[in-house]
Design a protein. Structure first.
Length: 163
């Protein structure tokens, strides 16, 4: 191979590595476990999410958050369970939105009328199966990991027998 060929190969590899490093830093692939986001997301679905600050989250976005300590204390992971410590929920209220006391009675005792800076209210789409702000109140900005940009990446099904 000529020197020019090696330069092209090196450039292509550099671009590919740079792209992979960017994706690793800014994107995450998360598998859905549990029924809290049905019918939007089902167990086994995978979602592609982009790491964004709270200022870029809008009400209605599906977000990936770290499970609050209150949840992990009351629902410890059993041996053999996949305990990533992440939850997928819908952002119901972001800083500056009215506090949704009708949906989250736990927040009725809070003095503020708007969601304070650095806080987030999240709810699952399937309330009977969701641990969310109804049980733990506000989530903190530091617990936000990403916003879902591509829901429902279904795992490939095995090909039918004989193919």
């Amino acid at each position: 191979m000529s020197a020019t060929g090696w330069v092209v190969v090196a450039a292509v590899l550099a671009v590919a590595i740079t792209g992979l490093l960017w994706a690793r830093r800014h994107l995450m692939l998360v598998s859905v476990v549990g029924r809290s986001m049905e019918p939007t997301l089902r167990p086994g679905d995978r979602v592609l999410a982009r790491r964004l600050p709270l200022a870029r989250v809008r009400s209605g976005d599906v977000v990936v958050v770290v499970a609050p300590a209150e949840m992990t204390a009351r629902h410890p992971t059993q041996p053999g369970e996949a305990g990533s410590g992440l939850l997928i929920k819908r952002a119901h209220a972001v800083p500056g939105d009215p506090v949704p006391v009708d949906r989250v009675p736990l927040l009725r005792e809070r003095p503020e009328r708007e969601v304070p800076p650095g806080h987030l209210v999240v709810l699952g789409d399937n309330p009977p199966f969701s641990y969310d702000s109804r049980e733990c109140g506000y989530l903190l900005e530091r617990d936000l990991r990403a916003v879902v940009i591509r829901p429902r990446l279904r795992p490939r099904a095995d090909p039918p027998p004989g193919r």
